[in-house]
Design a binder for this molecule. Structure first.
Ligand code: TXA
Ligand code: MG
Length: 344
């Protein structure tokens, strides 16, 4: 399959390009599109063959359900049982990086939801994503547009590395604004369970929901045979091909540990901006200022891809705080590191 790549940095340049992308979706093909979180690998959510193609293109187990993307919060009506709590969340956070799990209607095939009776609904804020969903006239099922096991893509280069020849079209919208996948919540009345942390933080959710509980799998490793609330939690994720080790401890001690490691090992380091000068300029990747969690979130997945290259035997990073969007960073880094934390 030849993959057509189209630049959409300031939106679709012509009606024809938008119609062409929408037509691919409607006729059962696959279009990668930018969102404010990460790039999505999109197909018609109402077509089970599209879901099958998505799983095949990603190399993803087909019991891991897909998120359906809609253009407006009301756009969920034909596909999910909405509730007052859903509309409260929608009013506060949609369009934006929030996904809500709702009971599924029959219009969404079981293939799309990985056999579940619930469906994940998200209304993205990226203008290209919204235009595409509207023009397609169907909800777009889209997992992150990476090969299964790789970090989610935050620019078209990552998508091309992973999916060139496996999808019909890639819409290149430049760098993702947030860089980590959407917050996922499930609802029980007006109480929410946070299944995956993201840019909509637990505290932000607490302003709208009566009660917000963080699912245990967000912070801890699932026990063998434990059934997660969100199937995605059981898969090894974002794992570099060499060990990724998170360091915890006093910042000066961590820096001198890293300096020593550079002398004795072929290591790559995801370091804070202010540490750059103190480290040898060899496989050192600036993930942003230590205080700037948004910047670290934006750069993490690119940094993990860039660090994971031939000749590197181990990758080091800092264990982030769990405040605000830090919880999302912590969750992604912990999983990439398979929970390997070293106390320095
Ligand atoms: O920001 C995002 O959410 C991106 C962009 C493309 O929108 N999408 C994304 O999709 O991250 P994906 O497939 O990589 O992650 C979706 C997660 C999976 O962990 C899956 O298990 C969970 O959502 N999920 C989907 N449907 C679910 C459901 N009905 N119940 C529980 N979890 C669900
Ligand atoms: Mg993913």
């Amino acid at each position: 399959m030849t993959t057509k790549v189209i630049l959409v940095r300031d939106g679709f340049e012509s009606r024809e390009e938008l119609q062409q992308a929408a037509e691919i979706i409607r006729s059962g093909g696959l279009v990668v599109f930018p969102t404010e979180t990460v790039y999505g690998l999109g197909g018609d959510a109402t077509n089970e063959h599209s879901a099958e193609k998505i799983y095949a293109a990603k190399g993803r187990p087909s019991d891991n359900p897909l998120i359906i993307h809609i253009a407006t919060p009301e756009g969920a009506e034909p596909y999910a049982e909405t509730s007052e709590a859903y509309y409260r969340l929608a009013k506060a956070f949609m369009p934006g990086p929030l996904t809500v799990i709702l009971p599924r209607k029959q219009t969404i095939p079981l293939r799309t939801t990985g056999g579940l009776d619930t469906v994940a609904v998200r209304c993205p804020s990226h203008p290209v994503a919204r235009e595409l969903i509207k023009a397609a006239g169907v909800p777009i099922a889209a997992p992150s547009a990476n090969l299964s096991g790789k970090p989610s893509p935050t620019c078209a280069r990552h998508v091309i590395e992973d999916l060139s020849g496996r999808v019909d079209m890639i819409l290149d919208g430049g760098d993702s604004e947030i860089g980590l996948e959407s917050t996922i919540v499930s609802l029980n009345g007006n109480s929410a369970t946070l299944l995956r942390p993201g840019a909509i933080t637990a505290d932000a959710l607490r302003c709208v929901c009566d009660d917000v509980t963080v699912a245990p799998a967000v912070l801890e490793q699932l026990a063998e045979n434990e059934r997660p609330l969100s199937p995605g939690m059981k898969y090894k994720h974002y794992a570099p091909s060499v060990p990724f080790v998170l360091l915890r401890g006093d910042s000066r001690k961590v820096l001198s540990f890293l300096q020593k490691e550079q002398q004795s090992k072929n290591c790559a380091i995801l370091c804070y901006h202010e540490e750059m000068e103190a480290l040898e300029n060899k496989n050192v990747i600036d993930i942003g200022k230590s205080e700037n969690l948004d910047e670290q979130a934006r750069r993490l997945f690119t940094a993990l891809r860039d660090a994971d290259k031939p000749g590197v035997d181990v990758i080091y990073g800092h264990l982030p705080t769990t405040d605000g969007i830090g919880l999302a960073l912590y969750n992604r880094m912990l999983r990439a590191a398979a929970h390997t934390i070293v106390e320095v």
